[in-house]
Design a protein around this ligand. Structure first.
Ligand SMILES: [Zn+2]
Length: 87
């Protein structure tokens, strides 16, 4: 089985982020090909899910209360571009 760790999230913006409040583990169980565990307490939060279905959702672990999400490896890096001053 392919078990990966979710990416910890500090404080998502509730206006733009969907937080999935889990009441048990695994919070979501399906027929996909990926399983994910909580980065803090290692509880299995997502079991056999399709990663594409879980994008853009933040999950709250029922055991430790930690927020986490799938790693967004396809999105562009959020580096602040350097401001080049003209002389
Ligand atoms: Zn946890």
């Amino acid at each position: 089985m392919d078990i990966q760790q979710l990416e910890p999230v500090d404080l998502p913006d509730p206006r733009t982020t969907t937080i999935f409040e889990m009441s048990r583990v695994p919070g979501i169980s399906g027929k996909g090909e990926h399983t994910y565990h909580c980065p803090s307490c290692k509880s299995i939060l997502l079991e056999n899910v399709f990663a594409s279905h879980m994008a853009r959702i933040v999950f709250r672990c029922p055991n430790c209360g930690g927020l986490s999400r799938l790693q967004s490896r396809n999105s562009s890096p959020q580096h602040v571009p350097l401001i080049v001053e003209s002389h």
